[in-house]
Write a protein that binds this ligand. Structure first.
Ligand code: SF4
Length: 257
């Protein structure tokens, strides 16, 4: 799944740009997911007094509201990009307004001041209102989604990639860069997504079917712990691959209520 963000101030043409991109990606038969980051302190779909709000207030960990035409799953906390991305299995995931995500970005703007504030190494295109008047700015191509969405989506297909990890530089610089720097280098075409060496580790951890990225130190710790135990067992072969799977089955007692 390729992930990218569209960033820009309100009224810069951000949502219109995303609408046009979605339509064009769907026309090309890609599947598309979107996530909108909302910065209003008061935002919440579930308002006080509703039954679902009462479920949450009573302590339910996860609440779902099933309507006739939509189903809303309500978490009682702000999830990060990685937690949200686990719900998606689409060809593209578009993030609107996520400034904390380590992903390639399209900047929408209606002034050069806005552009100067938002453009960084992860930006691979400029769009929105300002793209009606310029073709590029500081080496970044400007393409209006209203006038030429096809070229904009060509660029999206070329420049975007699978979500990179976002580790603290103190925990991982195994590729020689920070995750953010690696993201910029891939956008510039100087590195490839496969240059993130985390995926090439000899040990992989999945929880509930989802890959859990681990920094090299944790990989080594887990590997040593597992090898330390299984190497004492009959049948151990140091050149063989090892799989360990476990899960817990919770037995719930029947009750009347
Ligand atoms: S190897 Fe991957 S996870 Fe580690 S710093 Fe580089 S990009 Fe980030």
């Amino acid at each position: 799944m390729k992930v990218f963000s569209v960033l820009g101030y309100t009224a810069s043409g951000k949502t219109t740009t995303i609408e046009k991109i979605i339509t064009e990606l769907k026309k090309r038969r890609y599947t598309v997911g979107t996530v909108k980051d909302i910065h209003f302190e008061q935002f919440g779909i579930d308002t006080e007094g509703t039954n679902t709000h009462r479920h949450r207030a009573a302590g339910a960990d996860l609440v779902t509201a099933r309507g006739l035409h939509e189903t809303d799953v309500l978490y009682d906390k702000r999830l990060n990009v990685y937690e949200i991305a686990k719900f998606y299995d689409t060809d593209f995931l578009i993030l609107e307004g996520f400034y904390d995500a380590n992903v390639p970005s399209i900047i929408t703007a209606d002034s050069f001041e806005d552009l100067d504030e938002r453009l960084d190494g992860t930006s691979f295109a400029i769009s929105g209102k300002i793209a009606d008047t310029i073709d590029e700015y500081k080496g970044c191509p400007a393409i209006s989604a209203l006038q030429d969405v096809s070229s904009l989506v060509d660029l999206i297909v070329e420049k975007t990639f699978r979500l990179l990890p976002d580790f603290d530089p103190k925990c991982c610089r195994a590729c020689g860069y920070t995750c953010k720097e690696m993201c910029s280098l891939i956008v510039k075409g100087e590195k490839d997504r496969e240059d993130c060496v985390i995926d090439k580790a000899g040990i992989k951890l999945k929880i509930d079917g989802h890959d859990i990225p681990m920094v090299p130190f944790v990989q080594k710790l887990l590997e040593n712990a597992i090898v330390g135990v299984v190497s004492e067992l009959e049948g151990y072969d140091s050149s063989a691959s090892i799989s360990v799977e476990f899960g817990m089955t919770k037995v719930l007692e029947d009750s009347d209520e």
